[in-house]
Write a protein that binds this ligand. Sequence first.
Ligand code: BMA
Length: 852
Amino acid sequence: MPRIERGHYGGEFEEVQSQTQAEARSVQTRNMNAGWQMKQAGTNEWVDAQVPGTNFTALLQAEKIEDPFYGENEDRLQWIEKEDWEYQMSFEITQKDLINDKIELVFDGLDTYADVYINEQLVLQADNMFLKWHVSCKNQLVVGSNHIRIFFHSPLKKAEPSFNKTGLIFPAENDKTENHLSVFTRKAPYHYGWDWGPKFVTCGVWRPVSLRFIKDLIIRNVQIHQESITPDKAAFTAAIAIESNISQSCTLEAKINGQKVGNLEIDLTEGINDSVLPFDILEPKLWWPAGMGKQHLYEIAFEVVGLKTTDFQSKRIGVRTFEVVNKSDEHGQSFYFKVNGRPFFAKGANYIPSDSFLDRVTPEKHEQIFKDSVDANMNMLRVWGGGIYENDIFYDLADEYGIVIWQDFMFACTMYPWDNDFLENIEKEAVSNIRRLRNHACLGLWCGNNEVQMGWDNWGWDKTFNYSDKDQKRMYKGYEKLFHELLPKLVKEYDAGRFYFPSSPISNWDSLEKFSYGDQHYWGVWHGEEPFENFKKFVPRFMSEFGFQAFPVLESVKKYVKSEDLSIESPAMNVHQKHPRGNQLIKEYMLRDYSEPKDFESFLYLSQVLQAQGMTVAFEAHRRNMPFCMGSLYWQLNDCWPVASWSSIDYYGKWKALHYAARHGFNNLLISFDQSETELQAYIVSDFMADIEGSLEVTVMDFTGEKQYEKHLNIKVEANTSQIYFKDQLETLLDGKGKTNRVLKATFRQGNEVLSSTLYYFDSPKNLRLERPEITFQMVEKDAQLQVTLNTNTLVKNLYISLDGLEGSFSDNFFDLLPGESKMVTIPVSETFDITAHEVKILTVNDASLSS
Ligand code: BMA
């Protein structure tokens, strides 16, 4: 598969590799990311500044501030958002450069209110972090040294006049600024604080900068539209906008692997020239989401030929059909995805930006997100509306890894202003981002916002903020204008055929009837304090959010607080717990299912075991109920800083117990149990594309490993279904013996290969008679892998193994270990790895509580 050349951001110019000689190119791009400096406005102390970057990261690198994520530093750094900041850099321009017809300064992103001066002449006043800016600047440039200065206004100060004019405090309850100023500024909402995120309201040149020299013409835009697919042929059209400085005839060509697949004669005139170029891919190979097939991608090169100079753009596309089926049916209203005509169950999570300081999210960090997603058998991520429209590379990776992207527009949990200037700004933002993302194979849908309609209907904003009837009417009219009129109109115009809906979820989680319609965020567990068991009752047509918090493990916590702060309620730990009832809820739920943990480390560990246990109930309930329910996206995949949160991967990239549980719960073949008063039933849920014949083995044993029940069944598991394949009476299974020291193991094999295996307990973990185990292990280093083989004399629940100072990814962790079955865990290690230098630590539920 062709992989594109990656820069830090993967912006447009970096993906362009002309097939023509450089001299003949009409467009030359010069990287302008080096040599920047930054200072606080009104001072004279310049420091070197990385671009892409932010004021915070520049200050940190210059050692002007301490690590914002450490201890209680967040509070100490709040002054930064109130100040203005200036960036500057100098560059050379030659006589030859000035021969070009046009020269543009291109900012892939400015955060956010930025006045840009070239040689002290104002050329741009930016006001939207999500926009890319092209500034025509030939007239401002001189031969020799040139200077760019950017004045970044404090986003808070800049929003104040809008607030004063409106006279309304908008209901942005996650925004920790005094008057919820975030709503007036088109900047990542999570920068103002969230219930998992710190408040760092940044400024800076957050995406790459370049200078673009244009001779005769430039391809401004390419939109590829798939017209039809048959096994013989996929037919496309490419709508191409060329900006020309000349009037001349030429040819537009489309090529795949150097082979011409389409061409069009065009008569260029000065200005924008729109053309539609049809092209075909013969015997197309389809693109599938992960787990369903391969991710075939075609790189198409569009080139203008027949002129003195040329321009070139390449786009990578997948051949596939996509449909979101959101229609009335016998239950209510469906909500599911179909790819290449096949309905599929969406498995995945909600993605938030991977850092508060976005320049730190490297291509490697992005790639790790996708590796971790695919390793956990996911096929979908939701880019949630309180973050950012991600970098190009994010969507490139989603294409490559087969992760379907549910894309929110960046609006979350509040109403918004509705004045014309604001709406015009949003229109530019939406058009720019729709254009940028629409050719990606991974793009599944557009959603207007996160939880705005739900909040408006249910969260009592009218009372909390004392809105008059008139204000309420105005506010909601503004809402309708933006989410029911403007955004759907733009999606239709710029990305025709892609599904759009105004707000996720479709309704609130307060009554069961609503679960028959569309997508849901079920927060009865956690916010509503309902038991995990309620995940079985509140099964929607598509679950786009549900979650439960856990702490990072001790090795991670030690990275962000001092040793004297290692207790749950220490001030530093509290800075890193943003949910007001977070600790209390974790403790409450924990004591429902586990005995009190014996110390801080056991508490952290048990919080993860608890989170994984609760979420497993949900994963299985959702999947057992397919095709009624067709999606399970949990809240949330990742963190933007080290914190107690709903994430399954902590800020440092360490998988929590939940991520291992997601891998199991999202396996293409899942064995899942449902217990009534007297009977136990085993469902097998298959997301496979074909039926599978194999054997199901069910055994029940006590915690010393002694078997008392055994059954083998030869079965055919039907593709893309959830069905019951086994049931038996509890009495028979337990053989009249106690349920507190018995475990059932079910394994599905195709030939000798184990496709799925599950353990089932007949009682809550708290009631299980777990003994203090004797665990033995052997370690061997082989082929740059450390292999740890573990054994036990009695059943061990949720064994967590760590090796002091070893950061690598463990092939498994937090697993149950049965006596008589050894388990090997592998960890990649370097050549110089020294086995003796790392102390092994093992935590278990058996040992974690005060009573054990
Ligand atoms: C959902 C999300 C976020 C929030 C999470 C946990 O509502 O959309 O706003 O962080 O719940 O409270």
